[in-house]
Design a protein around this ligand. Structure first.
Ligand SMILES: Cc1cc2nc3c(=O)[nH]c(=O)nc-3n(C[C@H](O)[C@H](O)[C@H](O)COP(=O)(O)OP(=O)(O)OC[C@H]3O[C@@H](n4cnc5c(N)ncnc54)[C@H](O)[C@@H]3O)c2cc1C
Length: 439
């Protein structure tokens, strides 16, 4: 049946951006000569940091290569998720029980922080504690859920609920899964409205946001016994006492030490036309954030205006017009394999973005070459990038360092997978497919 799908007529556009009524206007004025802190990148991480710094009275300048919020922060699935990507036993084996408890607690606090910011700043981004479900693609995946939930309860006191296949209808209108695991703590939001609201909040607090200001070089300067940084950008040069690198998967040659640790991975999303209420309730009766148990996974949800938004790592290439178009077809077939009910539903939007993975699949934050940085949020960045941004601002303001991810080993990516060497990314895709076949 799926071999004869009619061609799609759709917009190669990010659906979320269409929902932002009056996007933030960055400043037209020239760059100041000096700032307390220059933040590189205007996504959740950079903007959460700038907001927190400005609220404490520091002169924070954000330099963004494209438009404000242009990166992954306006393009993602809007899933505000608990937990870390790796299984708990792997984490405990690597980092020890105590540190992993702090990491898990941080993942829960990060959702609370997003909720707090949304409330404090009155950001109209449809934040909702709707919970998420992971659906099992294989019986063996489902069989592992009970032990995983018990471990998470024992180690972190966090409750997950197992859903047997016969009860799945209450959670999802799809027949293809073997069961699921529900986490009620996770949330959803409209990512583009959230990043726009965060930017406006940072600006209101006194931060200066510059778009079309690509940082091309950062040089440490030592004058009269104190250290400064000189930042060159396409909008001019500025000096700062401290730097925060919040450039995510788009980190470039201006910061080579960070760049070589990041593996950029393309991910793509389609959104359908608006669905009738009865159909959308059938597909997702509790309006959860949903992702499946594969490495090469699908993630999907309803939008607040009842579209099915369906994403996946459809191809391991950075987004270009071609990869975006090919991904639409691949994702549509994926969506129909989950929800055959959508056969006659139009796909109206497709877009792509780039995620920042690290070799150890962990987020990292701290200092590199004397500059603050945070990266490696993978598919958890809505909450994690916000949290890291606020934490880095706290460190600059003299708060104690309680970031459990700081100081853990941060391996460089193998040469072919590094940011800037994306020709090798199909290999990463092949690797995930092999893992899915064998696990
Ligand atoms: C398709 C997709 C779906 C996703 N789904 C989810 C999800 O559902 N839930 C979730 O939690 N996470 C998800 N993620 C991940 C999440 O979006 C990211 O982890 C998060 O947005 C990262 O925020 P950030 O601020 O670190 O980086 P970004 O938002 O990527 O911002 C970095 C910015 O830095 C700028 N920049 C880079 N280099 C320079 C330079 N030299 N000078 C100036 N500016 C520079 C870039 O232009 C960019 O705008 C998804 C990501 C993608 C791509």
């Amino acid at each position: 049946m799926l071999d004869f799908l009619p061609p799609m007529t759709l917009k190669e556009k990010n659906y979320w951006l269409e929902t932002v009524a009056s996007p933030i206007a960055a400043t037209n004025s020239p760059l100041p000569e000096f700032a307390d802190v220059v933040v590189v990148g205007a996504g959740y991480c950079g903007l959460a940091a700038a907001r927190a710094l400005a609220k404490r009275g520091l002169r924070a300048v954000v330099l963004e290569a494209e438009s404000i919020g242009w990166g992954a922060s306006s393009r993602n699935g809007g899933m505000v998720l608990t937990g870390l990507k790796l299984p708990v036993p792997t984490l405990i084996g690597r980092y020890g029980r105590e540190l992993v408890r702090q990491m898990y607690a941080a993942s829960l606090q990060s959702i609370d922080l997003v909720e707090k910011i949304v409330q404090e700043e009155s950001i109209a981004c449809d934040f909702s504690r709707c919970g998420h479900i992971e659906v099992a693609c294989k019986q063996s995946h489902f069989d592992a859920y009970a032990a995983s939930a018990a471990k998470i309860k024992k180690e972190f006191g966090h409750e997950l609920r197992i859903v047997q296949k016969r009860e799945l209808g209450a959670e999802i209108g799809s027949e293809i899964y073997f069961g699921a695991m529900v986490d009620e703590t996770s949330a959803s939001l409209n990512p583009a409205r959230y990043v726009d609201g965060l930017a406006k909040a940072a600006q209101r607090a006194g931060a200066h946001l510059f778009d079309r200001a690509r940082v091309t070089a950062i040089t440490p300067l030592f004058t009269n016994g104190s250290r400064l940084f000189r930042v060159q950008s396409t909008r001019g040069t500025i000096e700062a006492k401290e730097i925060i690198l919040a450039s995510g998967a788009y980190t470039n040659a201006a910061t080579p030490s960070l760049r070589k640790k990041i593996i950029p991975i393309g991910s793509y999303i389609i959104a359908t036309e608006q669905l009738p209420e009865t159909l959308s309730r059938e597909l997702s009766p509790r309006n959860r954030m949903i992702y499946d148990s594969k490495h090469f996974l699908y993630y999907y949800r309803l939008t607040p205006d009842n579209r099915m938004l369906f994403g996946g790592r459809a191809a391991f290439f950075p987004e270009t017009e071609n990869t975006v178009r090919q991904s639409a077809e691949i994702l549509r077939r994926g969506m129909l394999s989950v929800y055959p009910q959508l056969l006659d539903t139009k796909v109206e939007f497709v877009w792509g973005g780039t995620l920042d993975f690290t070799l150890d699949v962990m987020p990292h934050g701290g200092k590199i070459d004397g500059m603050y940085f945070a990266a490696g949020f993978a598919g958890h960045g809505v909450a994690a990038a916000t949290w890291f941004g606020a934490k880095l601002a706290g460190l600059i303001c003299g708060e104690p360092n309680d970031i459990p991810f700081d100081g853990i080993k941060f391996p460089a990516a193998p040469f072919g997978l590094r940011s800037g060497n994306s020709w090798a990314l199909p290999l990463a895709g092949a690797w995930y497919r092999i893992l899915d076949f064998f696990t």
